[in-house]
Design a protein around this ligand. Structure first.
Ligand SMILES: [Zn+2]
Length: 246
């Protein structure tokens, strides 16, 4: 069977003498693994289009395994390779997709999040730390862990200078309703506004908001803690990113 779909190469490694084994995030089939015959050879027609981060329209042949017949390049995101911090964050995004997205599902939302994250990362439009926070909280929401950030889960108060975010249950509590603060992370109004934006805004507006200074630092801590709590994998790429992040 032959089929065509848009996809991003999120992992590639050599197989045999000159083939590549690819892991791809597709638009409508979730994650698939596919062979690209001869793609390790520099003159092969699939060499460039099957590199890591490549976004293309791929035509596959599906037999006992899946292989790439041909591919039309759409974007290569060269800017991701310009510095080690951006490169390592892009690799973290890819590893997260590999582990989180199932096979044979409609994966358009995941694909659009990844493509937009790559775009804003390669163009240096937002701080790297902000992009990481946006990605972590938004992918958790897409994967079924959407926090309820509208108002205090006890009294319904929506605006306070300080709220407490419950990582485990994905809810917020105001300081008047607080009982056990041991597992709650305090967040100020700026951090809460940013979190609401990340969770509730349409994708076209998702990257039009940023924080700076201590608030960005706090947002980053909260989104990472929430993401890792609900996605309990060991992300090797995250450890590397944190070892070199400025
Ligand atoms: Zn309350």
């Amino acid at each position: 069977m032959i089929f065509t779909t848009d996809a991003v190469v999120i992992r590639e490694r050599q197989a045999g003498e000159a083939d590549r084994l690819l892991t791809l995030l597709t638009r409508d089939r979730g994650i698939i693994d596919a062979f690209a015959k001869g793609a390790c050879r520099p003159k092969n027609k699939l060499h460039g289009v099957t590199q890591l981060f490549s976004y293309a329209s791929f035509t596959f042949f599906e037999g006992k395994s899946v292989s790439v017949n041909e591919a039309q390049q759409k974007e290569l995101f060269f800017g991701l390779r310009d510095d080690i911090e951006r490169l390592s964050l892009a690799q973290y995004f890819c590893e997260a997709m590999c582990l989180i997205v199932p096979s044979n599902v409609d994966s358009e939302e995941y694909l659009r999040l990844l493509l937009n994250s790559f775009h804003f990362l390669s163009e240096e439009i937002l701080p790297v730390r902000m992009l990481k926070a946006v990605f972590e909280l938004r992918i958790a929401a897409i994967a079924g862990y959407m926090p309820d950030l509208v108002a205090c889960c006890e009294c319904g108060s929506a605006d306070a200078d300080l709220m407490y975010f419950d990582i485990e249950n994905g809810v917020i509590t105001c300081k008047d309703c607080l009982t056990d603060r041991s597992r709650l992370m305090p967040i100020n109004a700026s951090v809460l506004t940013a979190m609401r934006h990340i969770v509730y805004s349409p994708l076209k507006d998702l990257f039009r908001y940023s924080l700076t200074g201590d608030s960005l630092q706090r947002l980053s801590q909260v989104t990472e803690a929430f993401f890792l709590h609900h996605m309990p994998y060991t992300f090797k790429t995250l450890e590397f990113y944190k070892s070199i992040a400025t």
